[in-house]
Design a protein around this ligand. Structure first.
Ligand code: FE2
Length: 364
């Protein structure tokens, strides 16, 4: 796209601010099969925090904890609980990304900064997005270290087996009442994204709750950000519950692509990852709804994997329960077989499953 003022090569990494990064790093290794690759902390000269970098496929997660009481990291965790602070985007030119977006109205968080060590240099710059979430542009073409300058290579004695997690398919943000269009416009005007699809409250409602969602995508389609806002229903929607417990807008879920969802999900289940439960009758007329697919019914039903079809093919997906005690961030595991959509046919079954969880938590 020659007229793309913000070319993005992919998701560089996702950074979580968490209460105890040392323990979270083990969770991601044991439960999700990530490999520890790098570390920064007091031993490496970073005095106020500890950060662990985990990798599987093209996915890089950074888990960061504050070592002190009065830091922005500690404030973030106090307010939001464990959550996503940074959606970092891999760019060819971080200075240009910063200039082009701030020129169009983005609030700057960090001006372009050159980080250096013996492995070369990285240019980073950050802008604000919804809530307290930020986008960091990462230009790493002149760098060959394990992660970023300041991090050392770190191996773990934990023997992890990758479970087929390949790349970030999309990252979803929850925003407040009436704010969805503001943020869609932000991605369109400030970042040059385009609107991919709109779901109104008729598409996404059950007997009790509703929400609205619009999906924006960058020029090459590598980055897809659905943005949700609550809609009026008889009861409290999952988006309101999220915003109550996160204390504002933030990342709701991260969808990770696999090319063998049966294997990935059976591994995750054995390792203790909990998933939303959709009742068995979802499968009664599955093939009538989605037509012929490569997978057998039984393993899909046993693992509780959902299927949906669009004009271009089908997709298989499943959603975890929240991965921390607050009912906030969760994961989606998705396998695309041609379909480029988001599983609209599963919304109702899914949201009813979430309502059952909300009910158990006393938040419906
Ligand atoms: Fe999703």
């Amino acid at each position: 796209m020659p007229d793309d003022f913000l070319p993005i090569q992919g998701t560089d990494h996702i950074e979580f601010y968490v209460g105890n990064a040392k323990q979270s790093a083990l969770f991601y290794q044991y439960a999700f099969g990530y490999k520890l690759i790098a570390y920064a902390g007091p031993e490496t000269g970073t005095k106020d925090r500890a950060s662990y970098v985990l990798q599987q496929g093209k996915i890089r997660l950074v888990l960061t904890s504050s070592l002190r009481e009065d830091t922005p990291i500690a404030e973030h965790v106090k307010k939001h609980g464990d959550g996503v602070k940074v959606l970092a985007l891999w760019v060819e030119d971080a200075r240009s990304a910063y200039t082009e977006t701030t020129m169009r109205g983005a609030a700057g968080v960090q001006e372009p900064q050159v980080l250096q060590d013996k492995h070369g240099e990285v240019v980073v710059a950050s802008i604000q997005t919804y809530g307290e979430t930020i986008h960091t542009f990462v230009e790493r073409k002149n760098y060959n270290g394990p992660f970023l300058p300041g991090f050392i290579e770190k191996k773990s004695p934990v023997r992890t087996e990758p479970i087929g997690l390949k790349y970030i398919d999309h990252c979803v943000g929850n925003v407040g009442w009436g704010e969805m269009n503001t943020w869609v416009e932000f991605y369109e005007k400030v970042m040059g994204f385009s609107l991919l699809v709109t779901f109104d409250d008729k598409d996404i409602s059950t007997d009790y709750t509703a929400l609205m969602s619009k999906v924006v995508s960058n020029g090459n389609g590598y980055i897809k950000f659905p943005i949700n806002e609550p809609a009026e229903g008889k009861k409290k929607s999952q988006i309101e519950e999220y915003i109550d417990f996160y204390n504002g807008p933030g990342v709701q879920h991260i969808a990770i692509a696999t090319d063998d969802i049966l294997h990935t999900v059976s591994e995750l289940r054995q390792r203790g990852v909990e998933f939303l439960h959709v009742p068995g009758n979802y499968y009664d007329d599955l093939f009538d709804r989605v037509g012929k697919i490569d997978e057998d019914l039984e393993p899909l039903k046993t693992l509780n994997i959902l299927v949906d079809r669009d004009d271009e093919g089908y997709l298989l997906q499943i959603f975890t329960k929240p991965i921390q005690d607050r009912p906030t961030v969760f994961y989606e595991i998705i396998q695309r077989k041609g379909a480029k959509s988001f599983g609209k046919g599963n919304f109702k079954a899914l949201f009813e499953a979430i309502e059952r969880e909300q009910e158990l938590r006393g938040n419906l």
